[in-house]
Design a protein around this ligand. Structure first.
Ligand SMILES: *[C@@H]1O[C@H](CO)[C@@H](O)[C@H](O)[C@H]1NC(C)=O
Ligand SMILES: *[C@@H]1O[C@H](CO)[C@@H](O)[C@H](O)[C@H]1NC(C)=O
Ligand SMILES: *[C@@H]1O[C@H](CO)[C@@H](O)[C@H](O)[C@H]1NC(C)=O
Ligand SMILES: *[C@@H]1O[C@H](CO)[C@@H](O)[C@H](O)[C@H]1NC(C)=O
Ligand SMILES: *[C@@H]1O[C@H](CO)[C@@H](O)[C@H](O)[C@H]1NC(C)=O
Ligand SMILES: *[C@@H]1O[C@H](CO)[C@@H](O)[C@H](O)[C@H]1NC(C)=O
Ligand SMILES: [Zn+2]
Length: 807
């Protein structure tokens, strides 16, 4: 794996054999690196630019119409609100969900997307990579029981007591479910294998679930785990099982995790009603996402044809796994009845949301005795195969301020109406709206790069390889990355973002009407106004965590009262979306309006709509969170009120690798106590330096605000020198904003996962999704490694100090 500094030479030694790439690279180079600040031409063009095109652009500007935008900011916003159309979104959805589009399997969807974008008026091209991925060949899951006397160890009479179909039911109402070429149930990056062994129920398969099993002396080695989906990234469940010597993993979706929306609680299952279809299966990637995303054979550099490939050991599973439905999990879970302790003998983390009691499942841990075993057979074909990102560009007037906007196109299934193609339909509507503005003569201030990523589902492949390829350019010019994955699967707006971008999310959602509450905004009616931190789980990861580019991710989630969303299942289909998810596709339109406004805020306001103070304030809050975590590590609370915790908090609690046995031993020594207290003390230093950053950030924001009001005022053309001065001041403030986030990159990366460079945001090591902030500190606390914790205080302090100095 390479550090940031090493990547540049790697990239330039890559054999460049794609004409597209050459053209792109050449353009980038020409645009951004030959523009020298000392060049006379540059100064002249600045002068022209500043005087005639930039500062206030009243429509009635006397003379000199040439080069100026014919659509001002307010008109652009109105276009972005008026253009998106539910019928069109439905049309795009119908296209994308008509056939399978697994990573690397559907070039025609890439081509179609490119052609659509060009038709909308945005010049586009396809960028390809060659990635290492798997496709399913064959599988089997069966429960076997030995016939005859139990103590007859010589008997070889195994009876199949349950043979799983490993199929999702075909439903007459939903044509996606009967497509002959539909995608089998399987796991991305899963290992081939044929194992037969007793089975153990491991709850959610979090690190702490496995710790509970170890403490209870449940035998794990040589056994097959059955875990329910939820709380943490699925690949990390397998990672821990594998480390503990287990030989296979079965993952199922427990209806208990669907809350109130269950058959048991009186709701009919899909297609008759909103509850989970019992045969639905969640496919998904088993990559060890928290270690590094992207092609596992090219860590840190782009997967171009002919590049050297690293071995994949340690990056993807070595034991086989298979996903199943709850209908097919029931016979296996029932085979555990009466064997080993019960979930209820453990603790409240094990009885939470168990939903199959009414089907006769007692939730015993097991293992099953040696004469009751599961055969798990999984055959995968591994290939190195092309995948295709579609990249569309609208050139702005400021060459080195670029906004990247992306959604992935690939899906685990033929459908994918929620994940990801609700986002794809939204993105198409957004691009169509910007195309409309271009047609009317709009000249954007900043460049917009639109991306339709391929291979997200396997491990963020398309976006990660692209960021790795264009890292030098992105580091220099990329102002922000805006992501939309599942655009619509319900009515509850949700957002995660780098704090610099918080304010634009409030502004955009305040300006868009809620479909269910005419006269009220999304901000008022569809959102709890909470913005989560950035971790991983979608294509923003490489931008935020690797390149230090402030990113956001938005979508409409399913709330408690919304129909169950069949994540990564055949039932995430066009029919489901039209009938349950978003009848009339009105939330698609709403999402396009919000997303369009978010882009406009960043692209077309002279002063970047960033809030530096939000970032500094958030950092201070994060330091306090670390202190709280340290305090509860040193003085564990006697009782945790589980119903007062959010899913995210539960995920962080259960998904940490805190070892209570080691802690009990370590905490008893006085030198260890002293070191912990010294660490607690050094966190005060962080508060101090964040305090200094806050002061400077507030000053920068105030200066920006002042420039905003100056830019709104009319300056007559003969005061060109005043305009020029204002332009330089704005340029200076924008450059400071642009680079704030980069200060938080640490070139050596996080402990044991050098690809992740950001010291504030990373996926939780054992949760895989948005983790606790300051991963270096949090992981050191979990490991009770106070020396390392102090080391991270120094690293973070240096980053904060740098950021403050540069403001
Ligand atoms: C590619 O996608 C299109 C549109 O969804 C679909 O009609 C076609 O069957 C897919 N092609 C392949 C090879 O799966
Ligand atoms: C954007 O500008 C570059 C040169 O600066 C040019 O090569 C490219 O064709 C332009 N793209 C569009 C869509 O105008
Ligand atoms: C899997 O292994 C078992 C023996 O352990 C064998 O009977 C069975 O045929 C194998 N299955 C496949 C598909 O190779
Ligand atoms: C587990 O085994 C250890 C050592 O064999 C024993 O001390 C401990 O009491 C056992 N724990 C449980 C929960 O059975
Ligand atoms: C636990 O939290 C829930 C929800 O916040 C609250 O209603 C309940 O009273 C709390 N229980 C205890 C024992 O504090
Ligand atoms: C926890 O620490 C103890 C003592 O250091 C060690 O024996 C045990 O294996 C550790 N448990 C895990 C799950 O790592
Ligand atoms: Zn997705």
């Amino acid at each position: 794996m390479g550090t940031a500094a090493e990547q540049t030479p790697l990239i330039t030694t890559v054999k460049v054999d794609s004409a597209l790439r050459r053209q792109y690279h050449h353009r980038v180079t020409r645009r951004f690196f030959t523009l020298s600040f000392t060049s006379v031409l540059f100064w002249l063009s600045l002068l022209f630019f500043a005087t005639f095109t930039f500062v206030p652009r009243p429509k009635s500007w006397p003379g000199c119409g040439h080069g100026r935008s014919k659509v001002d900011y307010e008109e652009l916003r109105q276009l972005l609100l008026d253009t998106p159309d539910s019928k069109k979104a439905e049309e795009w959805q119908r296209y994308y969900t008509a056939g399978p589009h697994l990573a690397g399997k559907n070039y025609s969807q890439a081509l179609w997307t490119k052609e659509k974008w060009e038709e909308f008026g945005v010049k586009s091209h396809i960028v390809d990579y060659e990635v290492y991925i798997n496709y399913p060949i064959e599988h089997r899951l069966a429960l076997l029981e030995k016939e005859g006397k139990k103590d007859d160890s010589t008997s070889d009479n195994w009876k199949v007591s349950f043979e799983a179909t490993l199929e999702e039911d075909i439903l007459d109402e939903d044509p996606s479910t009967s497509l002959p070429e539909r995608v089998p149930v399987f796991h991305g990056y899963s290992a081939s294998g044929n194992v037969t062994a007793p089975v153990v129920y491991v709850n959610y398969g979090t690190y702490q679930d496995f710790d509970d099993l170890l403490k209870a002396n449940v035998s794990l080695s040589g056994k097959i785990a059955i875990a329910r989906y939820g709380l943490i990234f699925r690949g990390l469940k397998l990672k821990r099982a594998q480390e503990l010597g287990m030989v296979g993993v079965i993952l199922y979706s427990d209806p208990g995790d669907d809350g109130e929306m269950t058959e048991e609680k009186g709701h009919a299952p899909y297609p008759e009603g909103p509850a989970r279809q019992p045969s639905s299966v969640q496919r998904g990637s088993m990559q060890f996402l928290s270690i590094a995303p992207g092609d596992p054979t090219t860590p840190g550099y782009p997967s171009k044809p002919g590049v050297p490939r690293a071995p994949v050991d340690g990056a993807i599973p070595s034991i086989p796994s298979i996903p199943i439905s709850y209908a097919e999990a029931v016979p296996i879970l029932k085979a555990l009845n009466g064997h080993g302790p019960k979930a209820s003998d453990f603790n409240k983390w094990w009885t939470r949301r168990t939903g199959l009691g009414y089907k006769g499942v007692d939730y015993n841990i097991g293992p099953t005795p040696d004469d009751v075993v599961v055969n798990l057979y999984n055959q995968q074909e591994y290939v190195t195969t092309p995948l295709w990102n579609v990249i569309g560009v609208i050139n702005g007037t400021i060459p080195d301020e670029v906004i990247v906007v992306g959604n992935h196109r690939d899906a685990w299934i033929a459908g994918g109406a929620g994940d990801p193609n609700s986002g794809s339909a939204v993105l198409n509507e957004v691009i169509r709206s910007f195309g409309e503005a271009l047609r009317l003569g709009w000249k954007p201030l900043r460049t917009i790069v639109f991306a339709s990523w391929d291979g997200e589902e396997y491990g963020l492949l398309g976006s990660t390889e692209w960021v790795e390829e264009y890292l030098p350019w992105l580091s220099h010019a990329n102002v922000a990355y805006l992501n939309i994955d599942v655009g619509v699967r319900g009515k509850v707006f949700s957002a995660s973002a780098a704090p610099l971008l918080n304010s634009i999310i409030y502004a955009a959602t305040a300006a868009v009407e809620s479909p269910d509450h005419p006269g009220h905004s999304i901000l008022e009616k569809n959102w709890d106004k909470k913005i989560s931190t950035m971790g991983s789980g979608s294509d923003f990861t490489a931008f935020q965590d690797f390149a230090g580019i402030p990113s956001l991710d938005v979508g409409f989630n399913a709330g408690e009262d919304d129909p169950v969303y069949h994540y990564h299942s055949n039932y995430d289909s066009f029919y489901w979306m039209k009938t349950y998810g978003d009848p009339g596709f009105v939330y698609h339109r709403t999402m396009a309006q919000i997303f369009g406004l978010l882009i406009a805020e960043l692209v077309d306001l002279p002063v970047l709509a960033f809030s530096a103070e939000s970032y500094a304030t958030a950092l201070d809050k994060y330091v306090s969170q670390v202190e709280d975590k340290l305090d509860s590590a040193l003085h564990p609370p006697k009782e945790i009120n589980i119903s007062a915790l959010t899913e995210q908090e539960i995920s962080n609690l259960r998904g940490n690798h805190f070892n209570s046995t080691a802690n009990a031993v370590a905490s008893s020594t006085s030198s260890n106590k002293k070191a912990a207290l010294a660490f607690r003390d050094s966190l005060k230093r962080l508060h101090d330096s964040v305090g200094k950053l806050t002061e400077k950030a507030a000053r920068l924001d105030a200066e920006a605000e002042d420039l905003r009001s100056q830019a709104r005022e009319h300056i007559p053309w003969y005061h060109w020198h005043q305009k020029l001065k204002l332009w330089f001041q704005i340029r200076k403030v924008n450059t400071k904003y642009k680079y704030i986030e980069r200060n938080f990159l640490f070139s050596e990366g996080l402990d044991g996962r050098p690809w992740f460079k950001h010291v504030v945001f990373a996926p939780g090591l054992w949760t895989g999704y948005s983790g606790a902030v300051f991963p270096g500190l949090v992981e050191s606390i979990d490991a009770r490694d106070w020396t390392n914790a102090e080391r991270w205080v120094d690293i973070i302090d240096a980053c904060v100090g740098n950021a403050a100095r540069k403001l």
